[in-house]
Write a protein that binds this ligand. Structure first.
Ligand SMILES: *Cc1c(COP(=O)(O)O)cnc(C)c1O
Length: 385
């Protein structure tokens, strides 16, 4: 059979795999342990930290979607990042972007402070700074594109090629787009990872992570560490995420339609100073987005006219949007990066990354677009007094 398309892989994962009863939907296996067939005669699974059938089905589904060799389901997105850190020794350098996810930034900076590796933080779109960082021959280069919360892109194929020349591994945080809109392994990266808490599960009822290695050997090394440090995901979360995954491609289509409309609406609104969205033609990496992604995603940020006061009024007046961290669920969420998602970053680091007090981030949901726009309109108008 020819290679299946993403929507097919997402829907069909695990279907027709029950040999006992023919259950269409794969069963959830909650057992912590598995009987041996006999003395020294193990089955495929023996203990659920090491391996679990439900988790394995979900891991294989993401590995198939990202077109890698090995998928590893972790307890959270952060534990997927921490798992990658197991590849690093004290003498190794690692390059991370200056505007990566706040939790990743906190993990890398604090582990580096304890001497677990040497950390180089750069603006990866500054070629001079990137070249200087790569001259240190890092073991690992972490990429995140688009970045959180300013939706900056980096050229994954180009930076991966440069990183490979100095022998570095490249790991890409693909949480903001999901494999439905971007496939970093096909752009050359060695590892792709997600917080499945976001689009992959898509229903804001799981905290989880997943990592896919392009090559078998690297995947096995990471799977060994995942079992060793005990950060594999639960069967129940894997079951829910696998269920959410079925509608990922179709959810992304509607997220996309709504996001394009919201971005255009915000851009012409008198209460809005600037909109950060790769789908707008004034976005500095609009062309790169068209080349490297199959669509623009449904995350965006904007600067409201004024400051914290106006932000507060906006949040007070919104009726449909929920003021909450996180993203990628079917419901529209709104947040204030400076005091919420990026509060773990020092104010100076926030400002260096371009995160101001008047910056607002939106995760555009799949509610009816008319309701989304009218809610934004009344609250934005009220914010200006
Ligand atoms: C949420 C998020 C993470 C961390 O994932 P958790 O599931 O919250 O641990 C990492 N990267 C990005 C881009 C995220 O949005």
């Amino acid at each position: 059979m020819s290679k299946r398309k993403i929507a097919t892989t997402a829907v069909r994962a695990g279907i027709n795999s029950d040999l006992h009863h023919g259950a269409v939907i794969p069963a959830i296996h909650l057992s912590s342990t598995y009987a041996l067939k006999g003395f020294n005669d193990k089955r495929q699974f023996d203990y659920s930290r090491t391996g679990n059938p439900t988790r394995a089905t979900f891991a294989q589904a993401i590995a198939d979607l990202e077109q890698g060799a090995v998928g590893i389901v972790t307890s959270t997105g952060m534990s997927a990042v921490h798992l990658i850190c197991q590849l690093l020794s004290t003498e190794d350098s690692v390059v991370i972007p200056h505007d990566c996810y706040g939790g990743s930034f906190r993990l890398f900076t604090h582990l580096a402070k304890r001497g677990q590796f040497k950390l180089i933080v750069v603006d990866q779109n500054d070629q001079q700074a990137l070249t200087a960082a790569l001259a240190a021959k890092p073991k690992l280069v972490l990429l995140e594109s688009p970045s959180n919360p300013l939706l900056r892109l980096v050229d994954i194929a180009e930076i991966t090629a440069q990183a490979h020349k100095v022998g570095a591994l490249v790991a890409v945080d693909n949480t903001f787009l999901s494999p439905a809109l971007q496939q970093p392994l096909l752009l050359g990266a060695d590892i792709v990872f997600h917080s499945t808490t976001k689009y992959i599960n898509g229903h804001s009822d799981v905290v989880g992570g997943v990592l896919v290695a392009k090559e078998q050997a690297l995947g096995e090394e990471l799977a060994w560490w995942a079992n060793c440090i005990g950060i594999t995901g639960s069967a129940f979360d894997s079951y829910l995420a696998l269920r959410g995954l079925k509608t990922l491609p179709i959810r992304m289509k509607q997220h996309q339609i709504n996001a394009n409309a919201v971005a255009e609406f915000l851009q012409q609104h008198s209460a809005v100073e600037h909109v950060y969205f790769p789908g707008l033609s004034d976005h500095p990496q609009h062309e790169l987005a068209k080349k490297q992604q199959s669509d623009f995603g449904a995350m965006m940020s904007f600067e409201i006219k004024g400051g914290v006061e106006e932000v507060k009024v906006l949040f007070d007046k919104l009726e449909l949007f929920t003021l909450a961290q996180s993203l990628g669920g079917v419901e529209s969420l709104i947040s204030h990066p400076s005091t919420m998602t990026h509060a773990g970053m020092e104010i100076e680091a926030q400002l260096a990354a371009g995160i101001t007090q008047s910056l607002i981030r939106i995760s555009v949901g799949i509610e009816d677009i008319d309701d989304i726009l009218s809610d934004l309109d009344q609250a934005l108008t009220a914010s200006q007094g």
